[in-house]
Design a protein around this ligand. Sequence first.
Ligand SMILES: [Zn+2]
Length: 451
Amino acid sequence: MLSNKFLFWVALNLFFGPLSANAQDTSRAVTLFNNVRIFDGRSPALSVPSNVLIRGNIIERISGEPIAVDRSADARIIDGGGRTLMPGLSDMHWHAMLVRPTPATVLGSDIGYTNLLAGAEATATLMRGFTTVRDMGGPSFGLKRAIDEGALSGPRIYPSGAVITITSGHGDFRPLSDLPRTLGGMRSRIEQLGGAMIADSPDEVRLRVREQLMQGASQIKLTAGGGVASPFSPLDVSTFTEAELRAAVEAAENWGTYVATHAYMPASIRRSIAAGVKVIEHGHLMDEATARLMAERGTWLSTQPFLDLSPAAALGPQEQEKMRQVVTGTDRVYMLAKKYNIKTAFGTDILFSRALAERQGQMLASMSRWYSPAEALIMATSKNGELLGLSGQRNPYPGKLGVVEEGALADLLVVNGNPAGSIGLVAEPDRNLVVIMKDGKLYKNTMSKPN
Ligand SMILES: [Zn+2]
């Protein structure tokens, strides 16, 4: 027979939520970092030795003076020993669902398998110190939800959902045997998976954009020009018409957010800007006049340090040739970005290989070819954080990201050494990142045991 006590407990749980969850509630948990020098994400110089108090998921207090905490509370004290405390890193061009599998694997496999690979990779991404990724295409809504709910560890995800493309555009992975398409007929495999949607008129664009927003997209991604990995998408082709791009921009802006376009060439970049696109992804083959236009309009450049053909290693000779063309533009795009002071974000666009993914921090370190270590780190923290703010009303994590300051979200790393002087430290996260915190929760701490 059930005791009254038990029934009372059941009633409490029904009305106030599970009691066991309350016992593990981390919303008021306190972490105090003592004796750290702060790289705040904005200034190249480290702070004087400081103490930083985290309560819940917020940086509550930063002080040169000792900060008292109630040791009887759920408090953890980490002695930084003079190490560097910095914001978590972010990657503005990521494809959480496509980091490990090749396109052929994604197209030919059960979505469950793809999700499990993506989950494992999300954990690995966080353990490299990347606490936020902006997902620029792929069915990452479920992964994001599972991470946010704590079912597995991974970075914050700003999802775009399916990439929206045209027939034959970048993202149209159909074999020629699927042509001609029957209007209103079955969706292609990549569309069924939610990886890409094909739209060939302003009305179809509006429909597909709104579907992504309905699923929780924080921004919208269109491919305005050809791409490396798609079989029938030459780099020189501008795909959507201006009217089609504008239809997407209107639909996104009605939802309080923005459109980013994949574009390498001046023509596709210019058409995007004319239609009201806020962020250009890649831009490697742009010219002076286009760079000047981006600077004038305040258009963001979300580009990547592609230095060799390895991103296309898993693909065919035709795709490798396109990759070679893109790589020839890498020096130039960073040179133009600096010359015209274009708002520039850091990302990697790592695809199709677990081994390449392990080079995420190395790609950040490679930015020292064009930027000082501090400039590169500022880009991968506070500048990226500024770009994330463009999601406006659709920002899934309102609050400040990419900075160490009072009131900001507590995504933090503790580094052995000073990465603003030696950026190579971020290329070896296993060894050099001794603490990884996201949303106030510790995912790695080799500094101290819990109190
Ligand atoms: Zn991409």
